[in-house]
Design a protein around this ligand. Structure first.
Ligand code: DCP
Ligand code: MG
Ligand code: MN
Length: 352
């Protein structure tokens, strides 16, 4: 998973933050796929971020309600915390602090999800060194553990830029017309990033063979110069029956040349020109913004994916779609916003 690096200890609202985090971890650990626990976790995360940014103490439920991202239910819990010293809900939970802490630690390793974390905890494993001795780790988990300390560190914008230039140069060496853009949290203007997300496309090229060749060339160049040091996931040629042109995704570990450089997680996408807007929109995020745009599209009988916006989507029972719909937008981001009839959001406005 992509976990942010350690933040400074908060100066204000310490108890509130601590207890909300415990509840959030509880819902994260116990969430059932597709249940509303998932949204609960998102709401908690948003509220915690907002409270962490405050430069004053919250002393009442009313004050809590005025904090952006804090809704009624959460404000009530915060009210309990300031009045009683403890959120009541915590007493009702079968809260196992060691279990939760350990599972959170395990989940912070690249390639480890909730199920694995629980399985390992139940087997009696407690530390990262315990995990390192497991004989059946997959390739991602091995790399995640090997580079754990480096990957936990945030990447300053200046370094993201340097890394972006290296990929762009490799692309331009093949053809100067090829475009390479850094997306993700960098494009949203964050001061530092968890990883580097790069989207590559060549004007008017949608053909899978050519896109695969572009990816292949860029990767070989980056491997040869010693920039890519480990691979998490290589682009593959599966799903040849797909109705839309294919995307190629690479995930790996890179490191800039020179002393004292840190291993970084890099994602590179090579995509059809016709889908570039949809990919930029998806890969710029953030994930919550993506989710609400998809929901908005669905509410209008449309479907939004990283391949574009589709209209006339037929849905049957349980809103299950029965056809793909007709592709109506996706060459540019603006096209998608326009078709959905919503105001264009600049990347830095997509912090939902
Ligand atoms: N994304 C998504 N849903 C996911 C994962 C990713 O919609 N489950 C989209 C939105 C993200 C983008 O892909 O913004 C890039 O994914 P990252 O995990 O790299 O997230 P960010 O770049 O936004 O943040 P970070 O700084 O942690 O890398
Ligand atoms: Mg990112
Ligand atoms: Mn990423």
């Amino acid at each position: 998973s992509h976990t942010a690096g350690q933040k400074d200890e908060p100066r204000y609202n310490k108890a509130i933050l601590e207890q909300l985090k415990i509840l959030m971890d509880h819902y994260e650990t116990n969430k059932v796929k597709g249940s509303n626990e998932h949204f609960k976790v998102i709401n908690y995360r948003k509220a915690i971020t907002a409270i962490r940014a405050l430069d004053y103490e919250i002393t009442s439920e009313e004050m809590a309600l005025k904090v952006p991202r804090v809704g009624k239910k959460l404000a009530q819990k915060i009210g309990e915390c300031v009045a009683l010293g403890r959120i009541k809900k915590l007493d009702h939970l079968n809260w196992d602090q060691e279990k939760s802490k350990t599972e959170t630690l395990f989940r912070s390793v690249y390639g480890v999800g909730s199920e694995k974390a629980t399985e390992w905890y139940n087997k009696g494993l407690r530390t990262l060194d315990d995990l390192r001795e497991l004989p059946d780790l997959n390739k991602n988990q091995v790399s995640g553990l090997k580079f754990y300390n480096d990957l936990m560190k945030r990447i300053p914008r200046s370094e993201v830029e340097q890394i972006g230039k290296i990929v762009e140069e490799a692309a331009h060496k093949l053809h100067p017309e090829i475009q390479s853009q850094v997306t993700g949290s960098y494009r949203r203007g964050k001061p530092d990033c968890g990883d580097i997300d790069i989207v590559v496309a060549r004007p008017n090229v949608d053909n899978g063979d050519e896109l695969f060749m572009i990816m292949d060339h860029i990767l070989n160049n980056l491997i040869n110069q010693g920039f890519l040091v480990d691979h998490l996931s290589l682009p593959a040629w599966e799903d040849s029956m797909a109705t839309r042109p294919k995307h190629f995704k690479y995930m790996g570990i890179c490191k800039l040349a020179g002393e004292g450089q840190i291993h970084r997680h890099i994602d590179i996408l090579v995509v059809p020109w016709i889908h570039l807007g949809a990919v930029l929109l998806y890969f710029t995020g953030n994930d919550i913004c993506n989710r609400s745009m998809r929901l908005l599209a669905a509410n209008r009988g449309m479907r939004l994916s990283d391949k574009g916006l589709f209209d006339n989507v037929l849905r049957g029972k349980n809103r299950k779609k029965v056809n793909e719909g007709r592709w109506v937008a996706g060459r540019t981001e603006r096209e998608i916003f326009d078709y959905l009839k919503i105001k264009y959001l600049e990347p830095y406005e997509r912090e939902c």
